[in-house]
Design a protein. Structure first.
Ligand code: PLP
Length: 439
């Protein structure tokens, strides 16, 4: 049996290049993080070899003595990490990731074509919350359920709860979804609970982006108000790629959530759980209960605040004017530039972030904003002073992008991409100088 270098030097080389990229670049994608060596050890272990369809004590395969022990440990730690009473809340740790976890909840508590309301994707919501366009039902959620998104108030950049209430009263959804992929503020859970109760809907929170912040109690706690809470495990929580579903143990609207959700995960939508991921998750959930983790999450928010302050200093317009959490959304439209072009130039300078739509945008491919997150670089040990510097570096990249845009002959995004990628791109020295500063 060979190690990777001998068995497959080609894959080894690709992994080494990716490791080098991760090490050298400023990783500012809000949904990414660097997990710990302990988590990676568990994920790369023999746990990947085992089949264990079913739940602990009720498996469809033999040899699951230790896998049962592991999954129960993981469940217990999940409840502890989020300060939950095991008599009132249960958890399923088998979802393969965030999108499957959400779809599992929908199929557990809804019938095909029941109505749902989640935050619209161009306003910060996630695809799996029911995204569709006037022409196409993009997400599977909108194919199998009837989706009517709620939106932000474009003048404030905050969720328009009044409109959500009005629409919910007319649309009568069976499920209202809180949570987002690009929303820099907390959700108003008490208000959403009230709206859900008025129309007889379930309230679910998808806390994927902020689960680490919630575990460390640095943002509001959705468990006090929601019936179901889903999450990915690889973002601010700093675990392996995976998902979890938390559910109330008492029946809600006549449904026993525990059996409905467990059955939706398996056999409804999944087969054997990824036990190596569950092993990594158990490790992550132990670390998430340490005092160090709380310090880390406070630093994530504080670093994001420093970034916000310096971006405002540079004159940028931010959606909602700032941030309460780990991410900031910059509206680049007042500068006459878009997120796609800025993402490209910053990428060339080893600053990794993503283009993002901002309220009022026309195109998702050439959106008007960028999303910047603080979790990954906080894991790397950066503090407020360095995040101020990051804002300066991003500003430099935006200036180069503006200059480059003025030099391109065509107006299409493709023209710009070709121009900046060509060997004689006239601003390449400026980009290289920026990359040197980053690295
Ligand atoms: N929910 C939210 C709020 C997300 O931001 C994401 C991913 O970015 C997901 C769910 C989906 O997670 P995954 O990509 O693991 O399916």
């Amino acid at each position: 049996d060979y190690g990777l270098s001998e068995a497959d030097p080609e894959v080894r080389a690709i992994i080494d290049k990716e490791k080098d990229r991760q090490f050298k670049s400023l990783e500012l994608i809000a949904s990414e993080n660097f997990t710990s060596r302990a988590v990676m050890e568990a994920v790369g272990s023999c746990l990947t070899n085992k089949y264990s369809e079913g739940l602990p004590g009720r498996r469809y395969y033999g040899g699951n003595e230790y896998i049962d022990e592991l999954e129960i440990l993981c469940q217990d730690r999940a409840l502890e990490a989020f300060h939950l009473d095991g008599k009132k809340w249960g958890v399923n740790v088998q979802p393969l990731s965030g999108s499957p976890a959400n779809f599992e909840v929908y199929t557990a508590i809804l019938k095909p074509h029941d109505r749902i309301m989640g935050l619209d994707l161009p306003h910060g919501g996630h695809l799996s919350h029911g995204f569709m366009t006037p022409k196409r039902r993009v997400s599977g959620t909108s194919v199998y359920f009837e989706s009517m998104p709620y939106r932000l108030d474009e003048s404030t950049g905050l969720v328009d709860y009044d409109m959500l209430e009005k629409t919910a009263n007319l649309f009568r959804p069976k499920l209202i979804i809180a949570g987002a992929s690009a929303y820099p503020r907390d959700f108003n859970y008490p208000r959403m609970r009230k709206i859900a109760d008025t129309v007889g809907a379930f309230l679910m929170m998808d806390m994927a982006h902020i689960s680490g912040l919630i575990a460390a109690s640095v943002v509001a706690n959705p468990f006090d108000y929601c019936d179901v809470v889903t999450t990915t495990t690889h973002k601010s929580l700093r675990g392996p790629r995976g998902g979890m579903i938390f559910f109330k143990k008492d029946p809600v609207l006549g449904i026993d959530l525990e059996s409905a959700i467990n059955n939706a995960v398996f056999p409804g939508l999944q087969g054997g759980p990824h036990n190596h991921t569950i092993g990594g998750l158990a490790v992550c959930l132990k670390l998430a209960q340490s005092p160090k983790f709380k310090i880390y999450q406070n630093q994530v928010v504080s670093n994001c605040g420093a970034l916000v302050g310096q971006l405002i200093e540079h004159g940028y317009k931010l959606v909602s004017g700032g941030s309460d959490n780990h991410l900031v959304l910059v509206d680049l439209r007042p500068l006459g530039i878009d997120g796609a072009r800025v993402e490209k130039i910053l990428d060339m300078a080893s600053i990794t972030l993503n283009k993002n739509s901002v309220p009022g945008d026309k195109s998702a491919l050439v959106p008007g904003g960028i999303r910047i997150g603080s979790p990954a670089m906080t894991t790397r040990g950066l503090q407020e002073g360095e995040f101020i510097l990051i804002a300066d570096l991003i500003h430099e990249g935006v200036q180069i992008t503006l200059e480059a845009k003025n030099l391109v002959s065509g107006s299409k995004l493709q023209d710009f991409m070709q121009f900046v990628s060509s060997p004689d791109f006239p601003l390449i020295n400026q980009v290289s100088a920026l990359r040197k500063k980053v690295e």
